[in-house]
Design a protein around this ligand. Structure first.
Ligand code: GLN
Length: 304
């Protein structure tokens, strides 16, 4: 398969969508990003990388980080984790508070903000230096030490984190947050502010495509079962209340972030990362989804 040719052609088809979405502005530092950018990287399990557009520019991965923290925590806690967080699509926006009271402080899944906060809370209990541990983990998956926190974005989000603070305190009232909420929000805002390029992201998602083994180091990171379970949650919950439509249009497990990044993969075959900061009304990259829909259609391959 000539992925170079495929992604270049689709890149041209998708450029009319640039500027149609809206950059996230509830985190002021993200509102400054030029929405007209588009980066695409496909990487196959033999570490061959196919790139076009703004593929090397680091951007804020935001909620894509929730997959990494989930992988770290699940590898320690295993199935016990599911007592504190569900694995059902929420059908609600990523920062919604509405279900939490009915469901007694147990978030629907680890990819809405409430669920990700529970995961980060457990991570803080597991690792004495959580921020360093997250960065180490991501660097080892991406096969590079050149990945950092964008402190300006982390601070910008922390100053406007009232809603996430509310979620965390509310869950704490049900006993589902164990650590100090200020510390939790600080770690969470940092994980969201990791800056990575599409090239880094595609490489780091190959571990999921490779059923839990990091193809860069050959080391097993997750059991086959853990890798399968995280993939299942990505396929059902990775795009919030657009998860069903993403499965319908694209048909890959993946995760989006409000920085405009999307990382996805085809088990046993490849990973793909796309970045374009303009978002649709669900908070997912508009041009990114347009690209991915055309990509899986063109290569005639999806998990379905
Ligand atoms: N840091 C963002 C938040 O908590 C992440 C949301 C997202 O990427 N969907 O609101």
């Amino acid at each position: 398969m000539d992925y170079d040719k495929v992604i270049r052609r689709i890149y041209n088809e998708v450029t009319p969508f640039l500027g149609k979405g809206k950059v996230a502005d509830y985190i002021p530092a993200l509102a400054e990003v030029n929405p007209e950018q588009l980066g695409i990287v496909v990487e196959t399990l033999d570490l061959k990388s196919f790139r076009t557009g703004d593929s090397e520019i680091p951007f804020s991965i935001q909620s894509v980080s929730k997959v990494f923290t989930l992988a770290m925590v699940i590898s320690h806690m295993g199935e016990e984790l599911w007592q504190s967080v569900g694995r059902e699509p929420s059908g609600n926006p990523f920062n919604s508070l509405v279900q939490l009271e009915h469901e007694r402080g147990i978030p629907r899944n680890p990819f809405i903000n409430a669920g990700a906060l529970v995961i980060t809370d457990r991570l803080i209990s597991l690792y004495p230096r959580p921020k360093e541990a997250i960065l180490d983990f991501v660097r080892s998956l991406a096969g590079t030490d050149d990945i950092y926190y964008d402190h300006r974005i982390a601070c910008s989000e922390r100053e406007h984190a009232d809603r996430n603070m509310a979620l965390a305190y509310f869950m704490k009232s049900f006993g589902n947050i164990h650590n100090d909420v200020e510390t939790l929000i600080d770690v969470y805002c940092h994980q969201c502010a990791i800056a990575m390029s599409c090239a880094d992201l595609a490489r780091s998602f190959l571990m999921f495509a490779n059923r839990g083994v990091n193809p860069v180091t050959g080391k097993r990171v997750l059991t086959i079962s853990q890798s399968k379970r995280i993939g299942a949650v990505m396929a059902t919950c990775g795009f919030y209340d657009e998860s069903g439509d993403f499965a319908y249009r694209v048909g890959l497990p993946g995760k989006s972030g409000v920085g405009g990044g999307i990382a996805a993969y085809m088990p046993g075959k490849l990973s793909v990362a796309v970045w374009s900061p303009g978002l649709n009304s669900y908070g997912n990259s508009l041009a990114g989804i347009e690209f991915l829909e055309r990509f899986t259609t063109d290569i005639r391959s999806s998990i379905f």
